[in-house]
Write a protein that binds this ligand. Structure first.
Ligand SMILES: [Zn+2]
Ligand SMILES: [Zn+2]
Length: 186
């Protein structure tokens, strides 16, 4: 597949790279749209140690499920979805309190796992949300930057729910109003 690769400092180039395959609990998305985050521009410009080459960046994205790994019940091939940029561990105290963005063991697309500046990207099914038909891919790719300032667990969230449920609940409550009304600035 084609990917925008960050192979070494000060270099970005489109290359052919091996396509991902879904691990257990993962899906592979056919990327529909991906945003370019200011943090990524800054990372390349400043040779940031947080994003060291070789790397495929891209953490603001949506797409269609192309392949489904073992044990996935949250999504099926053909589903249109948006993914969180962060993959929390789901087990630590921060995750269990709903502050998944503070998880010390979190992974971030395009930082410590391959991102979505590519035709396909592997994503844990637990961090996906369905994208309604009326929401286009450009709006879908904007869900991640819009949700990031909202990190507080809603009071309606039951404390005994498991961390995956907590994360999903928070994600829904913080992003759905945005999905209902956002438009990209062209
Ligand atoms: Zn970003
Ligand atoms: Zn955690």
């Amino acid at each position: 597949m084609k990917a925008l690769v960050y192979p070494t400092w000060d270099t970005l180039e489109i290359r052919q790279v091996p396509a991902p395959t879904p691990g257990p609990g993962e899906v592979v998305l056919r990327v529909a749209a991906v945003g370019i985050c200011g943090s990524e521009l800054e990372a390349v410009a400043s040779r940031s140690p947080r994003r060291t080459p070789p790397l495929v960046m891209g953490h603001e994205f949506c797409g269609e499920v192309a392949e489904v790994g073992a044990g996935v019940w949250e999504a099926k091939a053909g589903d249109r979805v948006v993914a969180s940029s962060i993959i929390p561990c789901g087990r630590c105290a921060d995750c269990r309190s709903g502050a998944t963005h503070l998880c010390p063991d979190r992974q971030v697309f395009g930082m410590n796992r391959p991102g979505a500046f590519a035709e396909r990207v592997a994503v844990p099914a637990s961090i996906l949300l369905p994208l309604p038909e009326r929401v286009g891919p450009l709006e879908g790719a904007l869900v991640e930057p819009r949700r990031r300032p909202t990190t507080r667990r809603p009071s309606s969230c039951p404390s005994r729910a498991d961390p995956g449920d907590l994360g999903r609940h928070r994600y829904f409550t913080s992003t759905w109003p945005f999905i209902a009304g956002c438009r990209p600035q062209m």
